[in-house]
Design a protein around this ligand. Structure first.
Ligand SMILES: O=C(O)CCC(=O)C(=O)O
Length: 263
């Protein structure tokens, strides 16, 4: 499969109200399936929003509710689900966690955000993940990071050098820094010669306004889709055949001098 039809569910998130957010996610999955998308992607922390002080009451214990519901939706609608991320309680800690399901409802990947965002005091409430995520979407090698992770090019380089061609980025990125969001994502797409699917939330919480601007970028950093600041679902088709051509013309992975980069 060289072409993938990707749906971006740019949603507003009800603060501290998982049940309401689960209903919205289900409606978006149905909408994406109606439009014959291969995969639908969601933003960061969509079950609770950044209700960090309430995680003890709200976080999904071991992610079981999220996994059960996303698996059922993926199977019912025969669609891959990139599950953005949710707040999960595990090992007496809380993790900002991504789940990815295939179109038969099988869990493909779990990722816990590796770089916690100090400006939102994330590290005071949540624990950092330690591992990469790699999964296939209909044969296309993919990976994901979460929001603040995109400021760490070393991390995305490592994930891309391992073979990924498609990077998913769920976010709750405040509108005050939208110009940094678009430029960082374009840089990650260009330097890693990868498609980037980045899904931000819209609306506001007690601390921030979120600007949407969810993006799909090609491996040259060109915008294939750029949303505004309203809640919506949009679908775009990406052609993975472009990857071989671009990586063949300018072979940055082969030209790396890793012998010089680290002590
Ligand atoms: O890096 C930024 O400016 C935003 C990061 C962020 O909001 C997050 O990681 O949740």
């Amino acid at each position: 499969m060289t072409k993938l039809k990707v749906a971006l569910a740019q949603m507003d998130i009800a603060f501290g109200a998982p049940a309401q957010n689960f209903e919205k996610v289900a409606a978006f999955v149905a909408q994406a399936a109606e439009q014959h998308a291969d995969i639908v992607a969601f933003p960061e922390m969509w079950n609770t929003g950044y209700a960090l002080k309430q995680l003890g009451q709200l976080a999904d214990v071991n992610g079981l509710e999220t996994q059960k519901k996303l698996s059922q939706l993926a199977k019912t609608y025969h669609i891959y689900i990139f599950g953005g991320s949710v707040a999960v309680a595990a090992d007496q800690k809380f993790y900002n966690t991504t789940y990815v399901f295939d179109n038969e409802g099988q869990l493909l990947s779990t990722y816990q955000k590796v770089h916690l965002f100090g400006l939102m005091h994330e590290g005071d409430f949540m624990a950092a993940g330690q591992q990469a995520s790699h999964f296939d979407v209909l044969g296309v090698p993919a990976t994901n990071v979460i929001c603040y992770d995109i400021r760490f090019p070393e991390w995305l380089r490592k994930l891309s050098a391992a073979g990924s061609q498609l990077i998913f980025v769920p976010a709750e990125w405040p509108s005050v820094r939208t110009p940094q969001w678009t430029r960082l994502l374009a840089a990650r797409a260009i330097e890693n010669q990868s498609f980037v699917v980045a899904i931000n939330r819209v609306g506001q919480d007690p601390d921030n306004v979120f600007g949407g601007h969810s993006l799909v970028l090609d491996p040259l950093g060109n915008e294939l889709l750029c949303l505004d600041d309203q809640e919506q679902l949009q679908v775009v088709t990406i052609d993975l055949a472009e990857i071989d051509k671009i990586r063949g013309e300018i072979p940055v992975f082969e030209d790396r001098r890793v012998d010089l980069y680290y002590d």
